[in-house]
Design a protein around this ligand. Structure first.
Ligand SMILES: [Mg+2]
Length: 373
């Protein structure tokens, strides 16, 4: 089987106003992403999604589109999409980084491989080690206290058992107040985690964690800036919650640095950020060997990417979503789906099917109707 053509299209999908995401990185009001179709000489197409966000990885829809059209597609046409490691090698020789762009093509190749074999992607990854319904936590934006209170109550009513609160947005006082308000609303039994998206210095992170101790925060995600493995280790040695690395863990080299510095207890993994499903699995398996758990992370994906995430979770033992629920609710944040068969998301549960490939079919008419302008 050979790749004959790669089509990339930009799409704009607004986030539901009631689910507006505010983090230390800023506000996420609309998703501007690139949807990819990889075509083959076997008549099988694969779908991919690049959830590019300039604030996250520096990638944009315009850059992603140009990279796919002018750099990646020309070297990938003629390649065998079922040789995923080979596809990765071709892309890595063609360009550095660009994790999200590469992941879109890579997941499309898994989609093709699965459709060709008549098997869901999780089977190709070794088979399901957990149910196809995965429980997520809810990621509560860094809202003002009253709105945080109201949202927290709604989340409890919807059945969420772990709430993550965004912090690190400039005022530790406001962060402490928000976390305290959420704890008051959700009661003592539910799990409460925080995510600073690199927003604290080492000293500020330690200070914030100490001030939040009465509210029993069990997990502290990405307290300090990207690249400072030493600093993260220092935070870990001085606070009670387990430490999760996210915004600084892109590739296997980053995972090795995290292990070397004993900087974290667990790593947030997702195919977009980590350059694809195969590379994600490689990190997850490395982490297991070095005493680090993993869970699923997110930057507000649509259905194609969410499917890729779910297949990874279902197939990888060390994606410990039971102990550390992750973030896999992206489609539910958005105004409309871009597939004909949206993934089933009810309350905290995201459920994929056993259909071949990624199991979702892109609605190209929706993509064409909602371009990035
Ligand atoms: Mg995060």
């Amino acid at each position: 089987m050979k790749i004959t053509r790669i089509v990339a299209r930009q799409v704009l999908v607004p986030v539901k106003p009631q689910k507006l995401m505010i983090t230390a990185l800023g506000q996420h009001r609309v998703s501007k992403y690139v949807i990819v179709r990889v075509e083959t000489d076997a008549g099988i197409d694969g779908a991919g999604e690049a959830t590019v966000a300039p604030l996250w990885s520096g990638e944009t829809v315009w850059g992603c589109q140009a990279l796919i059209d002018h750099v990646l597609a020309p070297v990938l046409v003629g390649a065998d999409p079922s040789d995923i490691a080979g596809i990765d090698a071709i892309m890595d020789r063609a360009t550095q980084d660009n994790w999200f762009a590469k992941s879109a093509i890579e997941m499309a190749c898994w989609d093709i491989k699965g459709k060709d074999a008549g098997k869901p992607v999780y089977e190709l990854l070794g088979g399901a080690v957990r149910p196809l319904a995965v429980r997520s936590r809810f990621s509560l934006a860094a809202y003002a206290t009253e709105r945080a209170r109201t949202r927290a109550q709604e989340l409890v009513d919807e059945g969420f058992t772990t709430i993550k609160v965004k912090v690190g947005t400039g005022s530790t006082d406001a962060d402490v107040e928000r976390v305290h308000a959420v704890r008051e609303v959700i009661g003592p039994k539910l799990a409460l985690t925080i995510d600073a998206n690199c927003g604290y210095s080492v000293a500020a992170a330690i200070d914030a964690a100490h001030r939040m101790e009465p509210d029993n925060v069990c997990l502290f995600e990405q307290p300090t800036p990207r690249g400072d493995f030493e600093g993260l280790a220092e935070v870990r040695r001085n606070v009670k919650p387990v430490i999760m690395a996210d915004d600084m863990a892109f590739d296997l080299a980053d995972a090795k640095e995290l292990a070397h510095h004993k900087a974290c207890d667990l790593i947030s993994i997702y195919p977009g950020k980590n350059g694809g499903i195969r590379k994600s699995k490689e990190i997850v398996e490395y982490a297991a060997k070095h005493g680090m758990a993993c869970s699923i992370g997110s930057n507000l994906e649509l259905d194609v990417c969410t499917a890729a995430m779910a297949h990874l979770v279902v197939a990888c033992e060390n994606m410990q979503v039971e102990k550390y629920p992750g973030d896999m609710l992206g489609p539910s944040y958005h105004e409309f789906p871009i597939v004909k068969d949206p993934i089933d998301i009810k309350g905290p549960f995201t459920t994929i099917t056993n259909k071949p490939g990624l199991g979702v079919e892109v609605d190209w008419a929706v993509i064409e109707k909602n371009p990035v302008t």
